[in-house]
Write a protein that binds this ligand. Structure first.
Ligand code: SP5
Ligand code: ZN
Length: 342
């Protein structure tokens, strides 16, 4: 399988993540990419290619322009304001205040455009996010041109990023950018299957009222898991999008057998819905050893996952989302790619 990667995804080198009340070294770090690449090279699972630059237009097709400008300027404005640490929001337009004004100062804008506080903005964050969506678009373009599957080693991840909000380590929604790009290139309906441990709230929000993207997600029950405020089974889409959003919240500790049976339901729905392309939000944080997640995948289960994904028999793009058990991250990704038979 052809693999897309850009060295510029390393440009985000955050020092801080707000975790359980402490600033810690971020779980979402550039070493994740280094280790996946190393294992890809060691196993020769596929040729690695650098994508071209696709510019901002494909991003603006799914994200708000004010939000994109904010991400581009945030770090410079933060430094100009004299702040020493990384840019972390600490005030929001919460329910009891006004949500219709966008403040002009960077501290106000941070809360307006953030959905969580664990994700700091740093020098190089915007550039890494640009590289990450280019990786997704390079992979998608290859699959569109050839029908062959491809893997995009996206980083930072994307599925928590909404139309105008960042958080959950995500800035641009790579899968959404890729899906919209595929539609613009002539696909009629794209399925986004999100297997990351966390609910893909951003992807859901972006396509919630549309029937040209089917969003299906298997994830830790938001009743007890980030992102808490979205990802419940009764969120089925709105207007013409009704029926095109499917959530499978699963309890922490869910067995692989139950998870795979749920995946088979999801694949059945994708078949029924007549999609002509599949984009997989591939988080490998469903691994039993993941430090922030609670599913029970073993290394070998990822190969079975790859096999099942290929059984959808659609042009398929696999895009990296989460996965933080750094020792095993390369093994788990490569196992998916090796299991994918097409
Ligand atoms: C792309 C992706 O996987 N983003 C995940 C973002 C999660 N951010 C909040 C994590 C909070 C984790 N708390 C779990 C404590 C386990 N002891
Ligand atoms: Zn995740």
């Amino acid at each position: 399988m052809l693999i897309f990667h850009s060295d510029n995804t390393r440009l985000r080198q955050a020092r801080t993540e707000l975790h359980d009340g402490t600033l810690v070294a971020p779980f979402e770090c550039p070493e994740r990419i280094d280790l996946v690449l190393k294992h890809i090279q060691k196993t020769a699972v596929g040729e690695v290619r650098e994508p071209k630059s696709y510019g901002l237009d494909p991003v603006l097709a799914v994200h708000d322009a004010g939000y994109v400008n904010f991400l581009a300027d945030c770090w410079h404005e933060w430094v100009a304001a004299g702040h020493e640490g990384e840019a972390i929001p600490n005030i929001w337009p919460a329910r009891t205040m006004r949500g219709d004004r966008i403040p002009h100062t960077v501290s106000g804008k941070l809360g307006y455009y953030a959905l969580a506080a664990e994700t700091s903005i740093t020098e190089g964050t915007f550039e890494a996010a640009m590289a990450s969506k280019d990786v997704a678009l390079g992979a998608t373009s290859h699959t569109l041109a050839t029908g062959e599957p491809s893997y995009g080693l996206c980083r930072p991840p994307g599925h928590h990023a909404a139309v105008d909000q960042f958080g959950g380590y995500c800035f641009f929604n790579n899968a959404a950018v890729a899906a919209q790009w595929a539609l613009n290139q002539g696909k009629r309906r794209v399925a986004i299957l999100d297997v990351d441990f966390h609910h893909g709230n951003g992807t859901q929000q972006i396509f919630y009222e549309r029937d040209d993207v089917l969003f299906i997600s298997l994830h830790g029950d938001p009743e007890v898991t980030f992102p808490y405020y979205l990802g419940y089974a009764d969120e089925t889409g709105l207007g013409s999008g009704e029926g095109f959003n499917v959530n499978y919240p699963l309890p922490p500790g869910t067995s692989v057998a139950t998870w795979m049976a749920t995946l088979d339901n999801a694949l059945g729905q994708i078949k029924q819905t007549q999609c002509d392309m599949l984009i997989v939000s591939l988080g490998v944080d469903i691994f039993e050893g993941d430090p922030i997640s609670a599913f029970t995948f073993k290394n070998s289960d990822f190969e079975i996952l790859g096999q099942r994904l290929s059984s959808a028999d659609l042009p398929t793009v696999l895009l990296m989302e989460g996965g933080y058990a750094v020792d095993d991250i390369g093994i788990n990704v490569v196992n998916v790619l090796q299991g994918f038979k097409q």
